[in-house]
Design a protein around this ligand. Sequence first.
Ligand code: NAD
Length: 513
Amino acid sequence: MTASATRATPATEATHAGTTATIDHWIGGERFTGDSERSGPIYNPATGATTGRVRFASGSDVDRAVAVAKEASIAWGRSALGKRATILFKFRELVNEHADEIARCIVREHGKVLADARGEVQRGLEVVEFACGIPHLIKGEFSENVSSAVDSYSIRQPLGVVAGITPFNFPIMVPMWMYPVAIAAGNAFVLKPSEKDPSASMMAAELWREAGLPAGVFNVVHGDRIAVERLLEHPDIAAVSFVGSTPIARQIYETATRNGKRVQALGGAKNHMLVLPDADMALAADSAVNAGFGSAGQRCMAISVVVTVGDAGDKLVEMVRERLRAIHVGDGLDAKNDMGPLVTEQHLSRVRQYVDEGLASGATLVADGRDIAANGSRDGFFLGPCLFDHVRPEMSIYRDEIFGPVLSVVRAESYDEALRLINDNPFANGVAIFTTDGAAARRFQSEVQVGMVGINVPIPVPMAYYSFGGWKASLFGDAHVHGGEGVKFYTRGKVVTARWVEKKTGKSLAFPA
Ligand code: NAD
């Protein structure tokens, strides 16, 4: 078990330079190699090349991270709110300063286009900005004279050590849904990021150190199921935030709650966009394309199903098909391109399999991206935009989360039929309605059983001062992330009832100090 003692090369520098690198863990404010011989590959999905390897933590590596975090959490949990806010402000400045570097690192490991990666950094920063307000956010309540000379007040205190387990598709933003709030609230954090694109978390670790965060308050352990399972059973982890696919979210929720932990486990999605016949069709078509194919469909808030009512279908499908012709696919670092590759070759073949199944089950493939020639790359994991029409609910392309550039159009006769379809779906992350009828929109926002609703907005991701989260199979647990629910999740309440009988002080004419 060794830890590098020097600041030396940033953990991600070699990957930036295009050579292979090994990504270490980050424990106690420095790189940590650990005792495991296991590691996994990191690819550049745009070229198909292996650019590095990431260490996979053993159980004892995780134990080391938790022990260091536990020790650090004691002083950090007692630190002044002003000190915490100052460090958060500094971290915010540093992330802002390095935003482009972080975004480029994301493009190289995830594949999304640079503008999209910059947007992700920005949305993560919003949570840091929210957490800078911790002195206000963590305020309790006070009731004077609940009895004679007795006052009662509530305070919120940190939990201790909390863990975050995050997916590949937003390697900086999703962890930032968690750690700025958890740390601001006085906890120490152990992050287990996706093994597919781990470098952004290491950049964040270095920026936390530069911002003055005490060593051990923010730690990163890389790895797979072995690291996750140890976190879930570790007695010193008080709470677990998870974001990923539904089967793993369910498993994390069940295991961690069985072990007595507080858990929020956000799962997968199948987001519908309902288009009524009176909608602004140009806006609806642009929105379907942007929300369906942005990040090659690898967003938990991507639109993957468009439900058209009545004659909206024919118009919309034609307008979407037209727009798909103008999408440039290729390396995300080239500003000409609108859409990058899928994250791995394995994921690419899974998505292609769904396209084959859609065809076999009788859906109409209006746009076929399978034979796309990506700009400037032969070996990347590319799939062009695929649009299916006349999709039916029993087809696998409708039922399953595909997580790729495949958009399905389902035709419905009426609003009621469309609403039933959406509410019958087990996933319930995001949904959108496109209409010019305010009454229809108002009815929809009330009747739809989904956690985040857009009205003429295709990707209704709440701002950081609201909370983000779905319903049903898209979230296991009670608390959504960030916003007020995030602060509550990372703290626990205490209520004090106090009696102070007036002291007989005798004569004193001095100014009271
Ligand atoms: P994933 O579930 O495969 O992995 C998520 C995390 O869990 C990773 O850190 C991974 O290493 C770990 N993991 C994977 N298998 C595990 C196992 N068997 N035991 C323990 N840990 C395991 O998800 P992904 O492919 O990285 O990300 C895509 C998924 O995340 C999609 O389903 C997407 O909808 C979902 N997602 C949801 C939201 C949301 O807000 N609801 C946001 C982003 C992504």
